[in-house]
Design a protein around this ligand. Structure first.
Ligand code: CTP
Ligand code: MG
Length: 590
């Protein structure tokens, strides 16, 4: 949270548009200015018909009453024209500004979110971030669309009407304009009391969004556990919390309008009685009296609308706090500048020395871990579940940062690397595969967007994917569905391998990449992978030991430590953890 108020922060954010804001404000104010002129015209007209040659207009040189009326008509035309013109311009300016600001804010926020480290995402819920990128930004759009103009026009009205009253009769002004400070004071009180309530409303909306997002993406789990009623209750509870938070805000904001109307009633009655009395006494002109009566009317509507406008304002501020907080959350991932020389990655090992790492609120996972992945060789990594194999990869990609120690590649610690260069040097097939809801062709092309169709198909052949794709009715144009769920687990894996093959990066990492394919396909994949990993640093993580059997070297992990290290043959002879696993998997019970 920043020390500044949300409004200041928003203004700061909108600084590049300050010229548009100024121009739009100018148009709003001038539109109101001309909009307030008709009561004066009516006053002048009454003045003409009552006083004829002695009217106010006569005193500026137009003596004939008929000429005075013609002059008034011309003025009326002019003023209405100007009013409409400014109305058009403020409409266009504010509404386009609202669109531009929401567009830029959404892009900036998403860009910022994309640069966050994985730890940032671990702390948050996707649905809540979604709510910020959608609802909260839209809330801001609604305020800029209408609210800013309303606030400016109310202020203009109060100032102009106040000035006209003062010019005509300070005594009436005293009573009619007196309630206005009261209204402003009430508004401020009201505004402050609503602020925390709308913050609660927005937080509740974010939580509900998160739950809905979870439920929808886990629908198969929900249904298989017949937990629908339970989920409905959870949604109901959060939706109810949202409603309650709003109810609180509504209670306060609804009372506002009647209160303001009462205050204006006092001003209106004062004008009616006091002004009428002065006119009867002959100390105030009939025309001036009409101006005052019509002017108080002009106060009524904008001021009663103030409740709505403040409501919009408060909601927008609660939302912009959420958006700007995301935008202000520091990017903890340090960006470096190191870029290796051409081909250096292919000949340089990746060395970890004394790396200490643990997840937040967990015990230390790697305690002074030192090891090295040889360049151009294939290293198999095995070990029991939770041993830290995937975490090791996360460190290499800098999805997580070690608390201590260094990981060095091409002579430079990873945190001095240009992050994008580092990540484009690693082709990863993740343990949890994510495909995008598009065609198989486009999913594979994700590995290298510039690749031709032929290159995509070639990569698919290496990944043993081409054969199954050809059997699909729509072939390469088959849509894979959200997350790739319209493919089988093994098909998904092969598409992901093809994607990584196409990337053609110096370091290839396969994390349980073939766990879901049948033995026959695995054996075929094995041969392809062997071929493409020939002159490439490759890390293969697997539970199925046959996958790593032919690796140049195998590391056995237990609780974040390397407990065994060697080739398949040497490890079998060593008769330790690996040998035991091997005999279990080959069915050799000894
Ligand atoms: N862990 C964690 N926070 C994460 C990811 C993992 O606290 N964001 C923990 C896990 O609970 C586990 C340990 O870190 O205790 C190691 O996890 P991981 O590296 O994923 O283990 P793997 O060896 O990859 O296990 P598996 O074979 O099951 O994939
Ligand atoms: Mg893992």
């Amino acid at each position: 949270m920043s020390e500044e108020g949300p409004f200041r922060r928003l203004l700061n954010y909108m600084r590049p548009h300050r010229r548009t804001v100024r121009l739009a404000s100018f148009c709003s104010i001038f539109n109101k200015f001309w909009d307030l002129a008709p009561p004066l015209l009516i006053g002048l007209a009454v003045d003409v018909v009552v006083l004829r040659e002695d009217s106010t207009l006569a005193s500026v040189g137009v003596v004939d009453p008929w000429h005075q009326l013609v002059l008034l008509s011309v003025l009326t035309f002019l003023i209405w024209g100007l009013e409409s013109l400014f109305e058009y311009f403020y409409g266009v300016l504010w509404r386009n500004l609202a669109q531009t600001v929401q567009h830029e804010l959404r892009l900036d926020t998403f860009d910022h979110v994309q640069q966050q480290g994985m730890a940032w995402f671990d702390e948050r819920q996707k649905g809540d971030i979604l709510a910020i990128l959608n609802d909260d930004i839209n809330q801001l759009e609604r305020f800029l669309d209408k609210g800013a103009n309303d606030l400016l026009q109310v202020s203009t009205t109060v100032i102009v009407v106040g000035a006209v009253f003062l010019l005509i009769s300070w005594q009436v002004a005293l009573f009619a304009v007196l309630p206005i400070p009261l209204i402003v004071w009430g508004s401020f009180r009201y505004q402050r009391s609503l602020e925390p309530r709308y913050a609660t409303v927005r937080a509740a909306a974010g939580q509900m969004n998160a739950l809905l997002e979870n439920d929808l993406s886990g629908m198969a789990t929900v249904q298989s556990f017949t937990a629908e009623a339970n989920e409905l209750r959870r949604v109901e509870a959060l939706s109810d919390a949202y409603r309650e938070a709003n109810r609180e805000a509504i209670r306060l904001s609804a009372a506002f309008t009647p209160l303001i109307r009462m205050a204006i009633l006092v001003g209106f009655t004062a004008t009616l009685l006091l002004g009428g009395w002065f006119t009867l006494e002959g100390t105030m002109a009939v025309g001036a009296y009409s101006v005052l009566v019509f002017m108080t009317q002009r106060l009524l509507w904008p001021l009663t609308r103030l409740g709505e406008t403040f409501d919009l304002y408060q909601r927008a501020m609660a939302s912009s706090t959420r958006v700007l907080d995301v935008l202000a959350s520091p990017i903890e991932l340090k960006q470096g500048t190191f870029e290796p020389e051409d081909e250096a990655e292919k000949t340089s090992p990746i060395s970890l020395s004394d790396v200490t790492f643990g997840y937040p609120d967990r015990t230390v996972l790697f305690d002074k871990l030192s090891l090295s992945f040889e360049a151009g060789k294939t290293t198999g990594v095995v070990g029991s579940t939770g041993a830290g194999k995937t975490s090791l990869i996360r460190l290499l990609l800098r999805f997580a940062e070690p608390q201590d120690g260094d990981i060095v590649w091409c002579g430079a610690p990873l945190d001095t690397w240009n992050l994008q260069v580092l990540r484009s040097s690693i082709a990863l097939v993740d343990q949890h595969i994510t495909l995008f809801p598009t065609t198989i062709m486009e999913n594979i092309r994700y590995g290298r967007p510039s690749a031709t169709d032929e290159e995509v198909i070639e990569a698919a052949a290496v990944a043993e994917a081409a054969s199954f794709v050809r059997l699909l009715p729509k072939g390469w144009e088959t849509l894979v569905g959200e997350g790739g769920h319209r493919l089988s687990g093994g098909q998904r894996q092969r598409v992901a391998i093809a994607r990584a093959v196409l990337k053609d990066a110096p370091l290839l990492v396969l994390d349980e990449a073939t766990s879901a394919v049948d033995n026959e396909t695995e054996a075929a994949l094995q041969r392809s992978i062997e071929r493409i990993s020939r002159d490439r640093t490759t890390i293969v993580i697997a539970h199925r030991l046959s996958t790593v059997r032919h690796a140049d070297r195998i590391l056995v992990f237990e609780e974040g430590q390397v407990v065994e290290d060697g080739t398949h043959d040497s490890l079998v002879v060593e008769d330790g953890v690996y040998a035991r696993l091997w005999s279990v998997q080959t069915g050799d019970t000894r």
